[in-house]
Design a protein around this ligand. Structure first.
Ligand code: MN
Length: 310
């Protein structure tokens, strides 16, 4: 669940996020692979770079893994973002250069803040066999914290609330008083909706832009069917949506105040300028202490310089 972002996902130059008013715009994810696992990359896409501060959405699996063959994303660096890991099935082991070593299971949240620089790996646990199914999301950090220290949080339990035919789990942010304990550097929301057959009323903040990604089943919204492999962009200006399902369905609702800065993404870096990315790449390749060291049996990932590198 690393996220090498290439020009196939988005042009390697800053572009405004161009938030839109009230919308229902469905885009197809790009099929990709992270290690041995197939992923659907819902964000970034050409024409849609961010939803609030959310700048990366990989829907991973479901893929059958064994204790010996599963997720093996070797140590790699990040800057300027938070990674959010959320599983529906399976388990994974997070290690990072802060010394964290944390198994994650369904219903739990891993939140790593990169700030100025961090490195991590995402590995199998060595004992789990079965389906691996989940998401990794990135949140762009604001200028106030993106050059700050790295951090890691694990939350074993998250607050939930009923919304008629759905149970909402608040991964990050606040849903009308149901508040996640996870760190938040901007005003944003990430909620997982577990829908039973029926209709759920989901309250929204009108000053947020929102998007919906279905992980299992199919979500019905305003005559559209939103299935795995889609990102439904909802724009701003909505106070609620009525989501229906005809089968058990799980979906992520992501939102936030439209992100102020023009974000530049390349490989595993979220920045503002090409020079920042060139320097982060140089530091990683040089083994600079900026990114520390991950205590992992896997060899660190190295890549060539960005295409605009001098
Ligand atoms: Mn990563």
């Amino acid at each position: 669940m690393s996220g090498p972002v290439t020009s196939a996902d988005a042009p390697a130059e800053p572009q405004p996020a161009a938030p839109e008013a009230w919308a229902l715009e469905i885009t197809q994810s790009r099929e990709s692979r992270v290690g041995a696992i197939g992923v659907r990359r819902a964000l970034p896409r050409r024409g849609r770079r961010t939803v609030g501060p959310w700048c990366f959405v990989d829907h991973m699996g479901p893929a059958l893994v064994s204790p010996r063959r599963g997720m093996n994303v070797a140590p790699h660096p990040h800057i300027g973002l938070q990674t959010v890991t959320w599983l529906i099935e399976g388990e994974a082991l997070h290690r990072d250069s802060l010394g964290s070593e944390q198994v994650i299971r369904p219903g739990q949240l891993n939140l790593m803040t990169a700030g100025w620089g961090v490195a991590h790996s995402e590995e199998g646990t060595g004992t789990y066999g079965g389906n691996l199914h989940g998401v990794q999301l990135w949140i762009a950090q604001p200028s106030a914290t993106r050059d700050g220290p790295a951090a890691f949080e694990h939350h074993g339990e998250l607050p939930r609330r009923d919304l008629d035919a759905a149970v909402a789990t608040v991964l990050v942010g606040d849903l009308e008083g149901t508040t996640s304990p996870a760190r938040r550097d901007t005003d944003h929301l990430g909620v997982e909706l577990s829908l039973r057959p029926g209709t759920a009323t989901m309250p929204l903040r009108a000053d947020f832009e929102h998007a919906l990604v279905t992980l299992v089943g199919a979500a019905h919204l305003e005559g559209q069917i939103i299935e795995p492999g889609h990102l439904a962009y909802l724009g701003t200006g909505r106070a609620e949506i009525f989501l229906s399902a005809k089968e058990p369905t799980r979906a992520l609702l992501l939102g936030g105040v439209p992100f102020d800065d023009e974000v530049l993404m390349w490989w595993n870096f979220v920045a503002r300028t090409r020079a920042e990315i060139v320097e982060a790449h140089r530091a990683w390749m040089a083994g600079d202490e900026r990114f520390g060291r991950v205590d992992s049996p896997l060899p660190r990932i190295e890549v060539g310089p960005p295409p605009w590198s001098p």
